[in-house]
Design a protein around this ligand. Structure first.
Ligand SMILES: [Zn+2]
Length: 308
């Protein structure tokens, strides 16, 4: 998250955060702590229920939760997502608060903002230079350390936490566009779930911090956290993957501010980046470094070409 300014997380659009769709958990279900999974509802067959006798078979006690019985915690975006501004600290970040129960097992995917790419499997489109209208809705402005003509608009498909095919977009340095397509082809094959993938807008940079953003993104013309120099994101040479499940942490600071639950790396939940997992392997295949290997701080969401 070297791209994060000290004012907010990557900030969801309120409209996206209030997605109406009820996204039922599919492949992501049942892969983590069973203690908070919905209890299976015992059922008997219609014929047996009214006339059950001591000789009737006992109700089924399958350990598998029934996704259709009741909503799975974390499978739908809470109505307040992206809307609740946190009080600011002296450093300009939001106050660090415990992860809300609705986000402890976060596993929803927000509606796509782009039309789906054709096909059924992995697909990508690289447009270089990025179209002017794409640049216009990004954080790029004159003075940024990369020329707009050196940025590529990359559209690609990814697998959501709903197990379905989604289409997202990245703005990246043109020198790494093909490499990043290779990474996301690998993540698609691995069915690694991603919540949202879109280009950060300029208005999000000044929005009040809500601490609950989770956008997977690359280019962001902002300084490094806690510094005045530009981060690798400002060159389109770094990417953050599922920031909420993979927070930035240094001392007491956690970004996004509500993501503290995900500092428990031993409790593996969907969307988390693991040292020996598919995300690290995919970025390693193009020679990029993971911020989870750093020592002075951990930036678990962050991958970059030059290792900063
Ligand atoms: Zn980053």
């Amino acid at each position: 998250m070297g791209n994060v300014r000290p004012t907010t997380g990557r900030g969801h659009r309120a409209s996206a955060g209030t997605a109406l769709a009820l996204l039922l958990c599919l492949t992501a279900c049942g892969t983590d702590a069973p203690a908070v999974a919905p209890a299976p509802t015992p059922r008997t067959s219609p014929s047996a229920a009214p006339t059950s006798s001591p000789t009737s078979p006992p109700p089924r006690t399958s350990a598998s939760p029934r996704p259709t019985d009741r909503p799975v915690i974390g499978a739908t975006p809470p109505s307040w997502l992206g809307k609740r501004a946190l009080p600011r600290t002296a450093d300009g970040f939001g106050t660090i608060e415990p992860t809300p129960p609705e986000l402890v097992r976060r596993r929803f995917t927000l509606p796509d903002t782009l039309p789906p790419l054709p096909g059924t499997g992995f697909a990508s489109r690289v447009t270089t230079p990025a179209p002017a209208d794409v640049i216009a809705r990004s954080t790029w402005k004159p003075g940024c350390p990369v020329a707009a003509t050196d940025l590529s608009w990359v559209r690609l498909t990814f697998v959501g936490f709903d197990g379905k095919r989604h289409t997202g977009e990245l703005l990246v340095n043109k020198s790494v566009a093909d490499d990043l397509v290779s990474v996301f082809r690998q993540l698609y094959a691995a069915q690694f779930p991603i919540e949202e993938m879109r280009i950060t807008r300029a208005d999000e940079l000044d929005a009040p911090p809500t601490g609950d953003g989770n956008d997977t993104g690359a280019f962001n013309c902002r300084p490094t956290v806690g510094a005045t120099s530009y981060s690798q994101h400002a060159y389109g040479l770094a990417i953050d993957v599922n920031p909420f499940q993979n927070p930035y942490t240094k001392g007491d600071l956690v970004l996004p501010e509500l993501a503290s639950s995900y500092l428990r790396r031993g409790w593996v939940r969907p969307g988390m980046i693991e040292p020996d997992g598919p995300v690290v392997r995919a970025f390693d295949s193009i020679g990029w470094t993971w911020g989870g290997t750093w020592h002075s701080l951990k930036d678990l969401q962050h991958f970059s070409r030059n290792g900063t």
